[in-house]
Structure formats: structure tokens, C-alpha cells
Design a protein around this ligand. Sequence first.
Ligand SMILES: [Zn+2]
Ligand SMILES: [Zn+2]
Length: 335
Amino acid sequence: MRGLTKRSGQAGDVGLVEWPMPTARAGHVVLEVLGAGICGTDLHIYKNEYKVTPPVVMGHEVCGRVAIVGDGVDPSLEGQRFVAETFFSTCGVCRHCRNGRPNLCLERKSIGSHVNGAMAPFVEVPAINLHRAPDNMSDAAASLAEPVACVTNSMFGAHSYVEPGQKVLVVGPGAIGLIAAQVARTHGADVTVRGAPSDNSRLELAAGMGFETSVVGDNLTDSSFDVVVECSGNAHGYADSLRFVARAGHVAQMGLSGKPSELPTDLICYKELTITSGFASTPCSWERAMRLINSNAIDLEALVTDRLSLDQWETGFERSFAGDGVKFVIDPQGA
Ligand SMILES: [Zn+2]
Ligand SMILES: [Zn+2]
């Protein structure tokens, strides 16, 4: 089978490579991949700004149908449609693993970066990582369960920072930002989404979802938001986050810039800010994400800009780099 592969530690060394069909070891399944989302992390992997073990098939946002079950796995899962958590293996014994935070395990190996991921017709994952995909949801939208779980980990994981009635600003209207905005709204926050002038179409989508929007250049009042969720991954966005958050407010970093940034850090002290983050997802954040998804509290279909075959991967990456659209999902079964 062909898989979209980060071939080496060189920036841009990505292409379709022939791999053997995966098998399912004990406790694992092989999924026939129906949708694999292109994520900001994949863009960083492309540019060699995120640690991977090459050569490796990319893709960690997956919806698929169980094709093979390994020993010890319920055979009735075969043929059923699931989404999957991203950690292929963790040590299981460190304090983070024992505390339900496998995302912080030093031995963590994830699909799409350390072991082969979902941008191929088949991917092997641990059976305990599976969550049933809602029947009424498309494969592409279901593959966005992973970014929802990243958002719920940031927002309700080690630090819970969204409460009813709060004014929340989401900086960066990409997939993570538009999911964060929706999740914050389901928890009673009054949400504004902010982007650059080039985010025009993304901000229109945000407005269509009923959010207040703001474009860089608009005069938002400084210090007017209880919470700012930084999802842009750029220094200007981060600086805006520190500027627009209220005194004693909360800034949560979700965006990654891939390089050191210059920031007005004195504001953290002057305003006595709390800065938290959220890296990837945890089993607990997946449970919350799946509850939100199953109750139709968030719209993921609207975030899917286009579905592409493996052969069209470059289009998906180019448009994602350009911020042209929100989420591109690869269908590795598509011609
Ligand atoms: Zn992702
Ligand atoms: Zn561990």
C-alpha cells in the first residue's frame, strides 16, 4: 500500500512511499482508513519543526472501519466504524501515565509521528484507543474528533478555564480555533473569534456559526476578555492574546509556532495572568469530546473544506499552508 510519508529529517521530504500492509498484533486492530485530517502538526512535520521518527506515514486524525482484529480483541468490532486516540504506546508506569496524562509520557509514541499513521489505506492502532464514530456523521467530519479532544484537554484538563457568562476571545480561526470557540460556547461563554485579514473566509464561517468576529486592525478594547485561547500559532496572535486578556485573566496556548517567538511577557506579570496550555489529548479529554460530538453540540461537518485522494495530498498541504479553507481530509480509499 502507499502511504504519505515523512521520509527523512529534511524539511519538505514528504511523498508517497510503498509500505507493506500492516498486521494487527495482540490487543490491536487494523483500520481501513476512511478519513485522515491534515492538521497543523502535519504542517510542522512537513517543515521538520516537530519531532518524528522517519521514515513514517503521517496522519493522526483518523476515522476508519475495523478490517483486522488482533488476538484478544472482540471479533464483533470487525466492519464497525471508529475514530482513534493517537498514542500507539506509552510506558504505562511513569507518574504521568499513572495520572491519566499519557500525553506527557516521555516514552509516548504516536501514530503519524513515531509509528505509521493514517495517511495510508490501512493503519494499526491499539483496540483500547477506539471510540465509535456517530452513525450520522461523515467520515471526514468524524476524523475531527481528535482536534476536539485536544481542545477539551486544554479547556477542561489539568486546568479548567471556561465558565458560563465569561467573555472568551479565540485568536486564530483555523480548525482548532473554530472547535475551541464552539466548545467554549457549549459551556456558556460569550465567544469572539479573531483572525488576520487573510483569514477572511474562515472568519465568515465563524460569523455564520453565530460568533462575533474581529480582524487584526480592528480596535478591540485592551484587557476586555476573561479568557483568550491562542490558536494561531504565531507571535502576533500570542502578543494580541496577552494584550486583550483582562487583568487576572487566563490565556491558554494551543497554537504552535515551530520556532522561538518574541513576546511582551511583562504583561503576564502586570496583569497577574494565568497561562496554561494543553498538549494533544488524554483518555479523559476523549470521553468529553465524544460526549460533545454525540450530542451534536458542535458542528464538525462545516469545518471540512474538501476531501482529497492520496494523490492530491500536495493540494491539501498547499492550501493548508496558505490558510485557504479550514480542514482538508484525505480519503486514502479514494481514487
Ligand atoms: Zn491534530
Ligand atoms: Zn509513561
